[in-house]
Design a protein. Structure first.
Length: 367
């Protein structure tokens, strides 16, 4: 369209010049020579830079106009700065701005500065918060199907996990968000969860008997801990350090990155490598915020999330090893266990949740 308008303007100018030449008589020789010389003179460097700058500014302004109006959003993150999940959210915000020509601006608030994880879901659903990064275990009490990702030993490897999540199984679960005024963008890596304790090391299933463990507020996690003979205590993430320190709970369960960046390793020195579950993280957007975006802006945000997720998944795996090394340096005992013993002990959990069977089968088929 802009090209057609430019051609029309040029044609109009050409017609005016032609009419002037036909009706105005011959120009004076001196005037003709001066005009010709002026037209033939090369542009100065300054003129060229000015012209290039005007063209670039014009193109940028036109590009932003095509994108839509400038928007400002907030994103809630419960992990601290330095955690690969938080850094992944920052990268998403930067890329979203880049891919929308500066029209989508997202401020990331780490360390639960806006609200805790569970509250962020409620606020995104109501449209009072624009974006949040949450664990699927925290989403499960709101939308039950997300509980499938808490099923013990569901994924056989990280590679198989993302074949399932980026494929049929993951997309089937994401589609449930639309009934709750939310849009799911991508799954992010949240590590493999293991038990860690303050006073008593866990070397076998028998060691768990009677102990109290903090778990995320999802029924599957509670059922799994109970199947192992322990007591499950749902608790917000920000309360866990004090809970471990004061003895409200004997232990908790999380991946190495969260164990380290939260400081839990300072009070719970025993970390057992049972790897009982690996629920992913999830980036969600309120339907209200999504509806404010133009189609090109939505495309840019989707592209940004996919790139950030790809980077974050690898960064999380790399930082797992680094976090483990730092915890060992701090005097933590990392304990190898018989994983098969733990798998057998929690196998009955699958019988308690027949509603997940279809998705479980899709996950296991993604090899």
């Amino acid at each position: 369209m802009r090209r057609k308008k430019a051609i029309c303007v040029l044609l109009s100018c050409a017609m005016v010049m032609s009419m002037t030449a036909c009706g105005g008589g011959a120009a004076k020789p001196a005037e003709t020579a001066a005009t010709t010389a002026q037209a033939a003179a090369p542009e100065t460097s300054a003129e060229k830079e000015d012209a290039a700058g005007e063209k670039e500014e014009g193109s940028e302004a036109a590009g932003q106009a095509d994108m839509g109006e400038e928007l400002h959003f907030k994103l809630a993150e419960n992990q601290p700065d330095g955690n690969p999940v938080t850094e992944g959210m920052k990268m998403f915000a930067e890329l979203a701005k880049e891919y929308t020509g500066g029209t989508v601006n997202i401020d990331v608030y780490p360390n639960a500065a806006l609200c805790d994880e569970a509250s962020s879901i409620d606020q995104v659903q109501m449209g009072t918060l624009d974006f949040s990064r949450v664990n699927t275990n925290t989403m499960a009490p709101v939308i039950d199907i997300f509980g499938v990702f808490a099923m013990p030993y569901l994924f056989s490897s990280t590679e198989q996990k993302y074949k399932a999540l980026d494929g049929e199984a993951g997309q089937a679960v994401l589609s449930a968000l639309s009934d709750y005024n939310m849009v799911g963008l991508d799954y992010y890596e949240a590590g493999s969860r293991c038990f860690y304790t303050v006073n008593k090391p866990i070397r076998s299933v028998a060691d768990l008997k009677g102990m109290k463990f903090r778990v995320q507020p999802t029924e599957v996690a509670i059922s799994m801990v109970q199947a192992l003979g322990a007591e499950a205590t749902p608790m917000e993430y920000g309360e866990v350090f004090q809970g471990l320190q004061t003895g409200i709970v004997d232990g908790a369960e999380n991946d190495f990155v969260s164990y380290f960046t939260s400081g839990h390793y300072e009070v719970a020195k025993y970390y057992s490598l049972d790897g009982h579950m690996a629920p992913p993280a999830l980036l969600i957007c309120s339907q209200a915020a999504w509806d404010k975006m133009s189609d090109p802006q939505k495309e840019g945000v989707i592209k940004a999330s996919k790139e950030a997720a790809k980077w974050q998944r690898q960064a999380m795996q790399d930082f797992q090893e680094e976090s483990r090394a730092k915890c060992e340096e701090a005097g933590c005992e990392i304990i190898e266990v018989d994983v098969k013993e733990f798998q057998d002990a929690v196998a009955s959990v699958y019988d308690e949740y027949p509603q997940y069977k279809e998705v479980v089968d899709m996950v296991r088929a993604a090899q």
